[in-house]
Design a binder for this molecule. Structure first.
Ligand code: B1M
Length: 220
């Protein structure tokens, strides 16, 4: 079956909140040896974005949002091991602590970013969602991280990214870590305004950003 047809079916499975179908298609993609990152970005992500639009229009309610995200997470759980297994051939390029800021339970996008980074050879410490700001620092100090990445999906939790940078300054640790931010309501203006080192619009851009930032630091 053509790739585009499978992607369209994946899209629909997420819109319908059909977990069984979403999982079946993810398994089929692996059997067909499709690129897992392309499957995620072209098959599943557009589906959950459409769900968000339907919710905004008042056509979907919280239960639909939840069933669709569960279908999305189940499909990603099938694809992520394959994505991560690609890291094996690559040496570790840098350490990253990542999570979604406190008060925010959205983790689908952050999980994709974490998996892509890992698949690209970075050592990733994923703290999950609704993470206390101090916890990012504690983990970064513990593992000797190079970069700390904060995801935020709510306009009300974006401020956590700013508070985090303020906290690093307060603890005299700002120079020790590169800080990158992302999430649907975040953009490069916001990143500049709060003094972050970088912003990435999606998971692929996050990998390039991290590579670029680390290359610059090493040249210093
Ligand atoms: Co919620 N939600 N949600 N939600 N949800 C949004 C974000 C919303 C935009 C929907 C809408 O109104 N259209 C809206 C926020 C409005 C706003 O703030 N202005 C919203 C709301 C309001 C809420 C609740 C408050 C609803 C309620 O309870 N009344 C509640 C929040 C609870 C809380 O956090 N305290 C809530 C709950 C939920 C669910 C639990 C049902 C579920 C989340 C499940 C989960 O994540 N485990 C959910 C979902 C699924 C969504 C939408 C539909 C989809 C989010 C998603 O997964 N997108 C979302 C609508 C939307 O975004 N259009 C919405 C797909 C994902 C691949 O994209 O996360 O953007 P994204 O990640 C991308 C990039 O942003 C980037 O790369 C990723 C991959 O390409 N990226 C980074 C992300 N993090 C990065 C970090 C980086 C770099 C790049 O570096 C560190």
């Amino acid at each position: 079956m053509e790739k585009e047809k499978i992607f369209a079916q994946m899209n629909q499975a997420i819109i319908d909140g059909n977990e069984e179908e979403a999982v079946r298609l993810a398994r089929q993609a692996l059997e067909l040896k499709l690129d897992p990152s392309e499957v995620i970005e072209k098959g599943y992500v557009p589906g959950i974005q459409k769900v968000g639009e339907l919710w905004e229009k008042g056509e979907y309610f919280l239960p639909e949002l939840i069933t669709s995200s569960e279908a999305m997470k189940a499909a990603l759980a099938i694809l992520e091991p394959e994505l991560k297994s690609r890291e094996k051939s690559l040496g570790v390029k840098g350490k990253i602590v990542i999570g979604t800021v406190e008060g925010d339970i959205h983790d689908i996008g952050k999980n994709i970013v974490a998996s892509m980074l890992q698949a690209s050879g970075f050592e990733v410490y994923d703290l999950g969602a609704d993470v206390k700001l101090e916890k990012f620092i504690d983990k970064a100090e513990e593992v000797g991280a190079d970069i700390i990445g904060l995801s935020a999906l709510l306009t009300t939790t974006m401020i956590g990214q700013k508070k985090f940078i303020d906290l690093l300054i307060q603890r005299q640790l700002r120079d020790r870590y590169l800080v990158i931010v992302g999430g649907a309501p975040v953009n490069s203006d916001w990143a500049t305004k709060i003094g972050a080192d970088g912003y990435a619009e999606n998971a692929v851009a996050a990998v390039y950003l991290v590579q670029e930032l680390l290359a610059k630091t090493k040249r210093r």
